[in-house]
Design a protein around this ligand. Structure first.
Ligand code: NAP
Length: 500
C-alpha cells in the first residue's frame, strides 16, 4: 500500500525517478480529455513528474493514427496551456502518446489494446473512464474478458456516478467485480482544488480554529457554487440530470463534508474518508414533508449575464421545451451531531447566475454582550470567507475601531491571497488528481460508501420534487435565483452573503 499522502507537487522533490505507468484514456478524444486531462498531464511532465517511459494511450471509436491523435492533442494543449506550452517539452511529451481505436461495446476491438499493453503487466496501469457512464459496464466487462486488468491496475471514474443510489450501486458493483475498492479512484475534481486542500490545512493545521468550529460559536454556513454559463452544448445531458444530481450530490456535499467532519487521526485516505462518511450519514433526511420548506429550485429564463444576452433554459438546444429540470437549487442541510446540532448549512448552486464563483461563508455568533452602545449593538458578526474560484483567497471579517475621536467600529477584512502569499502556481485539480492516482494516493477520491450515502440523502429530495405538481420557479438569467431561495434562508433570519 502506498502511504505517501503528500500531493505530487511535494512528493516529487524526494523522488529521483518518477514511477512509470500506462494510462489508458477511454474518451481520449473527448472534451474533458482535450481541455483538462492532456494539458494536466503535460504540466506534470513539464514539472519532471512523469517518467520518460510512461505511456498515455488515447482510446475512442474515431479512426485515427497515433500521429493524428498526437496532432489533436498538441492543438488542444497549445490552446489550453497558453504561454506554458513549450515546443521542446512538447516533443518529449508527444513521445508518450499513443492511440488505439476501440469501440467500447465491441469485444474484438479490445484485442488491439491488449496487444499494446502486453509485457508491461508489472507497472502501474491506469484505466481512466472519461466516457458517458452508460459505457462503464461494457468497458469493465470487456477489460475483464480480455484479461488486461492486473493487480497493478487502477480504475479512474469520472462523474456522474449514476443518477440515483440504485444506478450508482450498479456501477460500483460492476467495477467492484473486476478490481478491489483500493484500486478504484472516483473523481470529484473539487477535491483536487488547492483551496479545498487549504480548508483541511486551515482546520487541522491551526489550533485556534478547533474550539470555534462548532455550534455555539458558528451561527450558520453557506456554500455557494455559482456559474454564469448555461448548459452550453450539453443540453441533452443536463436536461436528464439537473443541478441537484450534477452539483449537489458530489461537489457541494464533498465541500460540506470537509467543512463539517471531525478531525481525522491522519491524512491517510481511509481516515479522511471515514470522517466524511460520518457527516453524510448524519445529514438529516429531507423527505416529502420537508422538501418544500428546506429546498428551493429554479429554472433560468432569458436575461443578461455579464453584459451578454442569454436565452432561457427552455430555448436551449437539447432541452425539452416543457422541461421541469432545475438549473438552480438551494437547500438547508442540517447535521445531527453534537458538534453541529442547530447550525444550518445552506447549499446553493445554479447556472446563469451573476458571477462564476465558488465560495464558503462561515458566519460566527455575535458577541454575547456588546459594551459599545448605540448602533454598534447591532455589529455584524465575524465571518470567514473561503473563495475557491475564480480566485483563491481567505478573508476573516473582524470589527476594528475606525480612526477618529469617537469609538466607532467598522468591519475590516484580514485577507490572505494564496497566490500572492506563496508566489507559486497552484496545481490544477486534474494535475493533482492524476498525480495522486499515479502515486496510488486515494485520499482525494471518493469511496463507494461515501457516494452511496450522498445519493441516499439526495434521492428523497428528488422524489419529493417529482411528486410536487409545481415545477421549478422561474428566475431571470443574471439574477441570484428564484425569490424562494432568499425566502428559504430568510425564514431563519439570515440572508445569502451576496444579499448583505
Ligand atoms: P465527450 O466530449 O462527449 O467525449 C466522449 C468521448 O467518448 C469521446 O472521446 C468519444 O469518442 C468517446 N466515445 C463515445 N462513445 C464511445 C464508444 N462507444 N467507444 C469508445 N469511445 C467512445 O464527453 P466529455 O465532455 O469529454 O465527458 C466525458 C465524461 O466526463 C462524461 O461522463 C462527462 O459527464 C464527464 N465530465 C465531463 C466534464 C467536462 O468538462 N467535459 C466535466 C466533468 C465530468 P468517439 O466519438 O470518437 O468514440
Amino acid at each position: 500500500m502506498n502511504t505517501d499522502t503528500r500531493p505530487p507537487s511535494q512528493a516529487a522533490g524526494s523522488r529521483a525517478t518518477p514511477p512509470t505507468f500506462d494510462l489508458i484514456l477511454f474518451g481520449g478524444t473527448g472534451d474533458l480529455a482535450m481541455r483538462k486531462l492532456l494539458p494536466a498531464l503535460y504540466r506534470r511532465f513539464a514539472a519532471g513528474q512523469v517518467a520518460h517511459d510512461a505511456r498515455i494511450i488515447g482510446i475512442a471509436r474515431s479512426a485515427l493514427s497515433a500521429e493524428e491523435y498526437a496532432t489533436r492533442a498538441e492543438a488542444a494543449c497549445r490552446q489550453h496551456l497558453g504561454a506554458d506550452f513549450q515546443d521542446e517539452t512538447w516533443a518529449g511529451f508527444r513521445a508518450l502518446l499513443g492511440y488505439v481505436r476501440v469501440d467500447a461495446t465491441t469485444s474484438t476491438d479490445y484485442q488491439n489494446l491488449a496487444a499494446v499493453l502486453k509485457g508491461r503487466e508489472a507497472i502501474t496501469r491506469l484505466f481512466f473512464l472519461s466516457t458517458a457512464p452508460d459505457l462503464f459496464a461494457a468497458i469493465c466487462k470487456e477489460l475483464a474478458a480480455v484479461d488486461i486488468v492486473c493487480p497493478t491496475s487502477r480504475i479512474m471514474l469520472e462523474k456522474p456516478l449514476g443518477e440515483d443510489g440504485e444506478s450508482a450501486a450498479r456501477i460500483n458493483d460492476t467495477v467492484g467485480a473486476m478490481v478491489s475498492e483500493r484500486q478504484i479512484y472516483r473523481i470529484d475534481h473539487y477535491l483536487g482544488k488547492e483551496t479545498v486542500q487549504n480548508l483541511m490545512a486551515l482546520r487541522f493545521g491551526n489550533a485556534f480554529f478547533e474550539p470555534l468550529w462548532r455550534r455555539g460559536q458558528i451561527r450558520h454556513v453557506q456554500i455557494t457554487v455559482a456559474e454564469q454559463l448555461g448548459v452550453e452544448k450539453r443540453g441533452d445531458f443536463y436536461d436528464r440530470t439537473g443541478a441537484l444530481r450534477d452539483m449537489v450530490q458530489n461537489h457541494l456535499l464533498q465541500l460540506l463534508c470537509i467543512l463539517a467532519m471531525e478531525p481525522p487521526a491522519t491524512n491517510a485516505a481511509d481516515a479522511v474518508r471515514d470522517e466524511k462518511l460520518k457527516v453524510l450519514r448524519a445529514l438529516r433526511p429531507i423527505g416529502e414533508a420537508e422538501a418544500l420548506i428546506k429546498t428551493a429550485r429554479g429554472q433560468y429564463r432569458a436575461g443578461i449575464v455579464g453584459a451578454m444576452k442569454a436565452q432561457g433554459y427552455l430555448e436551449e438546444a437539447g432541452v425539452d421545451p416543457a422541461s421541469r429540470t432545475e438549473t438552480f437549487v438551494a437547500i438547508k442541510a442540517e447535521i445531527d451531531t453534537w458538534r453541529w446540532a442547530g447550525v444550518p448549512f445552506y447549499l446553493r448552486t445554479g447556472k446563469r447566475l451573476p458571477q462564476a464563483v465558488a465560495e464558503i461563508v462561515v458566519t460566527f455568533d455575535q458577541v454575547p454582550h456588546s459594551i459599545f452602545t448605540g448602533r454598534f449593538n447591532s455589529d455584524p458578526p465575524n465571518r470567514l470567507v473561503i473563495r475557491l474560484q475564480p480566485d483563491e483567497f481567505i478573508t476573516l471579517r473582524i470589527l476594528a475601531k475606525a480612526p477618529g475621536e469617537s469609538m466607532r467600529l467598522k468591519p475590516v477584512d484580514l485577507a490572505l491571497d494564496l497566490g500572492e502569499s506563496f508566489k507559486a502556481r497552484p496545481l490544477e485539480a486534474y494535475e493533482r488528481l492524476l498525480g495522486d492516482a499515479i502515486a496510488g494516493n486515494l485520499t482525494l477520491f471518493m469511496r463507494r460508501d461515501e457516494v452511496e450515502a450522498a445519493w441516499n440523502w439526495i434521492d428523497p429530495i428528488r422524489a419529493a420534487w417529482d411528486a410536487d405538481d409545481d415545477g421549478p420557479k422561474a428566475y431571470a438569467s443574471g439574477s441570484w435565483g428564484p425569490s424562494t431561495s432568499s425566502a428559504l434562508i430568510a425564514r431563519d433570519g439570515f440572508a445569502w452573503h451576496d444579499e448583505l
